[in-house]
Design a protein around this ligand. Structure first.
Ligand SMILES: [Zn+2]
Length: 488
């Protein structure tokens, strides 16, 4: 087998999505599986971590701009803390990893490896808040959590430990907590749309699927090309349940004691899974220029008699781009031919390629190739740092348009049980159907097709529910519109 075959992707995205995804993740150098005996854990390689850092940078600056400070809480939560909010215990109990020993000695009280941190953050918030002047209080932590799910490992989509951020806030009023919940949801949606070139739907989780202890869970959902939905970030209005459980009270302007209202919101490295799955193809990884570790690769193409002038020209371009803040790689390896280099950088997802041979030097131009669709054109050498940014915008717009088209074409309506099953079975995507609100009606669909209600519209968008409609599954009066889909 030649190097080029070993390097390339052999699975088909369309016909073998799961295997294709695993191959892209490994061959593009993003992640390795964890050691034997630790299924469900992955090693995040530098190229993937660099993508995570772009997500972090974007969100972190948005959080700080809107009043959030970063903090850090312990990895472990004492069992009695976890038990103080009963819904959290019930909700996470089957997935909690416990520490029972330190060396040979058994601990007096076992410690949970955090599955989420409300139970250790809320009690400290209660120490920090005295009066209404301390509110709103907003902290965020960048951390990892562990949820011991016994499902098949899928790097960045399903792992027992995952990287995320979790924001936690306390407010004087219910209204302020709700506004916070929606602001964070909007920031998540904007991150997907402005940084990752992925359009998302905003909605709420159905009552039976909200975060344990929450009053309302809101979600952004992204549709993958294989027709499955990714829960891409969630923001929870927690009401007063955690504040009551952890004595988070404040004195109001009349010196009366009041219970606080809290929120929490989290986005994980699932964002990377969605990024890889959405844009990549049978040649490998495809990344938008906003997050790509290398935004441009410059590939000089020379013969012995043109080597010097081609390399000088290519170097001057790479230097100019670099000094202008563009992330650029000059691939002047002597031992590899241009075709090999093209394939390798395509596999790694570099969004823009510059091809430079003797003709480009003579004509004072650069041949530009877009990774997503192979579009190729000549642009003037002059003002190249400015031109390349226009190319980045074009590549971004192409990626976004493809994803947006996939979403627009794959939201369908159904008004009967058979119609829901048939439509999802045939096309995947979202199927909107009037729903009575009863979990049993979801279970009927779930049992047959592994599709669930991934969201219902947010309250202010409920205009789309028509009076007199019946639940598509049971025929009782419909209460809301359910979005059924298979999901990651
Ligand atoms: Zn029903």
């Amino acid at each position: 087998m030649s190097d080029e075959q070993e390097l390339g992707i052999t699975e088909s995205k369309q016909y073998n999505t799961g295997e294709w995804y695993a191959e892209v993740v490994q061959k593009a150098g993003l992640a390795n599986y964890g050691p034997e005996g630790m299924s469900g854990f992955i090693v995040t390689r530098p190229r993937a971590y660099a993508l995570w850092e772009r997500v972090q940078d974007h969100l972190d600056s948005e959080f700080k701009r809107t009043g959030v400070q970063n903090a850090y809480f312990p990895l472990f939560i004492p069992e009695q803390y976890l038990e103080r909010e009963k819904d959290i215990v019930e909700g996470f109990d089957p997935e909690v990893a416990w520490v029972t020993h330190a060396g040979q000695e058994e601990l007096d009280e076992r410690l949970a490896v955090r599955p989420t941190s409300e139970s250790i953050i809320a009690p400290y918030m209660s120490q920090w808040v005295r009066s209404h002047r301390d509110l709103p209080l907003r902290v965020n932590q960048w951390a990892s959590v562990v949820r011991w799910e016994a499902t098949e490992t899928k790097p960045f989509f399903r792992t027992k430990e995952f990287l995320w951020q979790e924001g936690h806030t306390a407010h004087a009023t219910d209204e302020s907590a709700w506004e916070e919940t929606m602001m964070r949801l909007d920031q998540y949606a904007a991150m997907y749309e402005d940084l990752l070139a992925i359009p998302v739907l905003r909605g709420a989780k159905p009552e039976h699927d909200k975060f344990p202890g929450a009053k309302k869970t809101t979600t952004v959902e992204a549709l993958m090309p294989d027709g499955k939905s990714v829960q891409a970030g969630t923001s929870h209005h927690l009401g007063t349940s955690f504040a009551e459980a952890f004595d988070l009270y404040y004195t109001d302007e009349d010196e009366d004691e009041q219970v606080a209202h809290t929120t929490s919101w989290g986005l994980s490295w699932r964002a990377l899974g969605a990024l890889i799955m959405t844009h990549s193809d049978d040649q490998g990884l495809v990344l938008p220029p906003t997050v790509a570790p290398e935004q441009v690769v410059v590939v000089p193409i020379w013969q012995a008699d043109t080597q010097e002038k081609v390399l000088d020209y290519a170097e001057s371009i790479a230097e100019e781009l670099e000094s202008d803040g563009v992330r650029v790689e000059l691939d002047d390896r002597d031992e590899r031919n241009p075709g090999f280099k093209f394939n390798e950088w395509e596999l790694k997802g570099v969004p823009v390629r510059f091809e430079i041979g003797p003709n480009e030097v003579d004509d004072e131009v650069v041949t530009v190739v877009h990774r997503p669709d192979g579009e190729s054109k000549e642009v003037p050498r002059e003002d190249i740092a400015e031109t390349v940014r226009e190319e980045f915008d074009e590549v971004y717009a192409k990626l976004y348009a493809t994803a947006e088209e996939n979403l627009a074409e794959n939201v369908r309506e159904a008004d009967s049980r058979a119609d829901i099953l048939g439509t999802i079975g045939q096309h995947g995507g979202y199927v909107k159907a009037p729903w009575c609100g009863d979990e049993d009606c979801e279970t009927e669909i779930k049992d047959q097709l592994a599709a669930e209600i991934v969201m219902v519209p947010l309250r202010d968008e409920e205009a789309e529910i028509h009076d007199g409609e019946d639940c598509a599954v049971c025929g009782e009066d419909a209460e809301e519109t359910a979005y059924f889909a298979k999901s990651y």
